[in-house]
Ligand binder design. Sequence first.
Ligand code: AQP
Length: 349
Amino acid sequence: MTDAVQAPGAESRFTPRVFSGIQPSGGLTLGNYLGALKRFVEMQDEGTETVYCLVDLHAITVWQDPDKLRHQTREAAAAFIAAGIDPTRSILFNQSQVSAHAELAWIFNCITRLGWMNRMTQFKDKTAGKNAENSSLGLYAYPSLMAADILLYHATHVPVGEDQKQHVELTRDIAAKFNHDYKVDFFPITEPVIEGAATRVMSLRDGTKKMSKSDPSDMSRINLTDDADTIAQKLRKARTDAEPLPSEAAGLKDRPEARNLVNIFSALSGQSVDAVLQEFGGQGFGAFKPALAELAVAKLAPISTEMTRLMADPAEIDRILGQGADRADAIAQPILAKTLDIVGMIRSR
Ligand code: AQP
C-alpha cells in the first residue's frame, strides 16, 4: 500500500475485479436479467475475476418472511447458474455468510455524511406515499452497505442497471473520503458499468415505473419462473397506446410503454432498436406483442427449465453458496483487517 492519495485520472493500481449483487427480495424479473444478470455472464466470459452476491442483508431492509427469503435466495442462485454463471469460475455466494460485509458497512456508516444519504433517490422512491418515519434504518443505510459489498473486494467495476448508478457514485465518494481522511490509497474508485440495450426495463402496467420484483402487481413484470402461457398473457395485457409502431427510434419519444416493449425486443434479440422498428414499423401491437412473446419464451424457457432442475436439489445450491462464501471470505478478510488497522483498531488475536 502507498501512502499517497491516488491522483484523479491516474491509472488505477488495482487489479480489475468485477463485483455485483442482486437482492433475493422476490423472484428475479426480466429487468434483473436484462439490466444485470445477462451482463454478469458476459463479464465472467470476458475472463475478468467476477464476484457475484445474493445480497440477503439488503433484502431484509424491508420485511421478508424468513422461509420465503431462504427459498428466494436459493432460487436467485439457481437463476444465476441457469443464466450462465459458472460457480467454479465466478464466486457466487450469499452476503450474510461473509460477516465482513456488515463490519465494513459500520466503518462506512461513520465515513458517509448524512447529506449524501439524504440525496439518495432509491430511498425516496421506496418510501414515497408511505410513512417514511416507519421505514427501517437499514433501508436508509442501504447504500453504505452496498459500498461495503463493493469495496470489500477492491472491485474496480460494478455492472448495474441505471437505477443503481447513484449508489455506485456514492461508493466512489465513500472510497475517496476514506482515502483522503486516512491519507491512504487503499480503496479503488470503482467504475459503474451500465451497458446493454435494456438498462432500465419498465413495468408492463406503467411505462414510467421500473419493472420491480417487489411491485404488488405480478402483471407488471415477467418473472424468470413464468411459464410460456403466463409470459404471453402478461405481454398481451401489457399497457400500450393505440398507435402503430413507428419506423425509427425517434418516433418512440413520449410513448414510454411502446418504447419499453421495443427495448425489450431489442435486448432479447440482440438487434438494434432501429432494426426492430424496420421490421415492425407501421404494424400495431396486435402483431408485435405475439412476436415479442414468442421471442421472450424462446430466450427465457431454457433458463426457467434449468432453474426448476437446480431447485430440485437445494442442498447442492447451499453447497455451492458455501463454497463461494469461503472463496469470498478469503479475499474479504485481509481487506477488512487492513481497513481496521488503518482506522486504528487494535487487532491482537
Ligand atoms: N427494471 C430494471 N431494469 C434494468 N435493471 C434492473 N435492475 C433491477 N430492476 C431493473 C438491476 O438488477 C440488479 C439487482 O437489483 P436489486 O435486486 O439489487 O435491486 P433493485 O434495483 O431494487 O431491483 P428490484 O427488482 O426493483 O428489487 P426490489 O423490488 O426488491 O427493490 C441491479 O443492478 C439493478 O440495477
